[in-house]
Design a protein. Structure first.
Length: 526
């Protein structure tokens, strides 16, 4: 199984579907990072089945193919995909997720589930996780364990499909996942209906070709040439090419001749490079043995691991290639060494000896190849694999529907026009309120000025009364003493009042009073 390691950047902006803006309802929503890119054929096969079998289904993609597999944008990648048109019509970029209302989500690989979890929790969407080896899943990995616990302990996780006994036991014993959540389906979804017939299509040494061909097919991670067993393959090639002149070796994947010196075997080893899945239809029928001496990531068996058999080995077996492979983690539960498979270990000398015996006895080699082909078809039958998974999805969909948080419903045009008219009225009322508030504030300011003027006038009035009393007292005192007549008090009072009325305080008061009347008059007209 191949999955892009690490987190994929979720792309929201590109490739809006034709239904952009509209809410879409479906029973099943598949969440993936690779489709519609054709790099991963097992996903094409499985997801195409679901998109066809479940009429109400959609797929959203994180567009992870840009991490080294393709530079196309969503629309161009979808157009270039080998998916059938009716399936292409159901594929959306992840930017569509907020507008999709599913009953159930289906996700493959831990990394994809981890990225999708916040979005599923936000809207209470239940899901099924298919946990293949790889894709961020590691044995005794701290971060991997943390993610597994959060995902599998979530009440939204209805089932987790595991394909290896190691995975099942690890989830039970290490992650403490509930046993009823775990569904063990050995193997994976691969195309066993490939129209290959062993007796018709298999190319045999001595009958159809003059060479006996041994292949190595794997993806290299970083600079590690040992994890997939390439170092042992080179050692075997050096030994057997010297002993058997008709043996040829083939390398498919991102390995190069300069990584490990081939010495005298150089001319007998062909490097094909990375190839698309379509390449193997003609390639595997010409191969006799596939050698895969996989190792765990670490000596303590922790870290990432490959399934048994690997995807490449299964596809080779479906086309009549004898699997000579290692099983360091004891995951083989279906095949028998020397009967329908050949199990090798990391002792290169023993591997060379076993393959040498098969090369020397071609009849035995092809007898094992045929038994291997038959056993693989039975154990990994496409229909059985898809039926088991479809059954789980159906059972989950039949459960009482959860309260999924739906996106806001779009209003009809009629409702929208009514609301628009109401919004205009509300806006006008708000504007009137703002204007009334402004006028009120202005009126209050003028009132405060008027109050201050009255306070000043009252002070002047008190001073005037006090002065009048003093003048009156002075006049009375003059008359009593026979002094010459004083100016009339009343005349002095008149002049004092006139001075007050023409003072700056009273003038300011009169102006303030006039402005207040103007403000009141303006407010009344509204």
């Amino acid at each position: 199984m191949i999955a892009a390691e690490g987190l994929v950047t979720i792309r929201y902006g590109a490739g809006a579907p034709s239904t952009a803006g509209a809410v879409e309802y479906c029973d099943l929503l598949i969440i993936d990072e690779m489709l519609p890119c054709d790099f991963s054929p097992f996903r094409n096969l499985e997801y195409t089945h679901y998109l066809s079998y479940f009429e109400s289904s959609l797929l959203v993609t994180f567009q992870g193919w840009r991490n080294g597999y393709s530079n196309l944008n969503f629309d161009d990648q979808l157009a270039a995909s080998s998916l059938r048109n009716e399936c292409k019509a159901k594929v959306r970029p992840f930017s569509s997720f907020p507008r999709i209302v599913p009953k159930l989500a289906y996700i493959t690989f831990l990394t994809n589930a981890w990225q999708a979890l916040p979005f599923l929790e936000e809207r209470n969407i239940p899901f099924i996780l298919q946990l293949y080896p790889g894709g961020g899943f590691e044995i005794n990995g701290e971060e991997s364990d943390r993610r597994l616990k959060q995902i599998l302990h979530s009440p939204l996780c209805k089932k987790v499909i595991v394909t290896q006994n190691l995975t099942r036991d690890y989830l039970l014993n290490r992650i403490r996942c509930a046993d009823e959540k775990i569904e063990f389906i050995y193997g994976g979804v691969y195309d066993t209906k490939n129209e290959f017939d062993f007796f018709r299509d298999k190319k045999l040494y001595g009958r159809d070709k003059r060479t006996l061909d041994i292949c190595f097919v794997a993806h290299r991670y970083g600079d590690d040439v040992k994890k997939k067993g390439y170092d042992q393959f080179v050692a075997v090639a050096k030994a057997l090419s010297a002993q058997h002149p008709d043996v040829r070796f083939h390398v498919v994947g991102d390995y190069t001749p300069d990584q490990i010196p081939l010495e005298h075997a150089t001319e007998k080893v062909t490097f094909h490079g990375r190839k698309p899945n379509s390449f193997f239809k003609a390639f595997y029928p010409q191969m006799d043995i596939i050698l895969s001496a996989n190792r765990p990531s670490n000596e303590d068996r922790s870290g990432a691991f490959d399934g048994f058999p690997t995807g490449a080995c299964m596809e080779a077996g479906f086309r009549g290639v004898l699997n000579c492979i290692s099983d360091p983690l004891n995951m083989n539960i279906a095949f028998h060494d020397g009967e329908d498979i050949v199990l090798v270990d990391f002792e290169t000398s023993k591997t060379i000896a076993r393959l040498g015996e098969l090369i020397a006895d071609v009849d035995k080699l092809y007898e094992l190849s045929y038994a291997n082909w038959r056993s693989f078809l039975k154990a990994f039958d496409t229909n059985s694999q898809l039926w088991e998974r479809s059954r789980l999805i159906n059972l989950a969909l039949l459960q009482p529907e959860a309260l999924i948080i739906r996106p806001p419903v779009r209003l009809s045009d009629l409702d929208a026009s009514r609301i628009a008219a109401m919004r205009v009225q509300v806006a006008a009322a708000h504007a009137n309120f703002e204007d009334a508030t402004r006028r009120h504030d202005n009126l209050l300011g003028e009132y405060l000025k008027l109050s201050a003027g009255f306070d000043e006038l009252h002070s002047d009035h008190v001073a005037l009364i006090d002065r009048a009393k003093k003048l009156e007292a002075a006049g009375n005192a003059g008359q009593a003493s026979g002094l010459p007549d004083q100016p009339p008090v009343i005349g002095q009072l008149d002049r004092a009042v006139l001075r007050v009325l023409h003072s700056r305080y009273v003038m300011r008061l009169r102006k303030a009073f006039a402005r207040t009347r103007s403000v009141k008059s303006g407010t009344a007209t509204h």
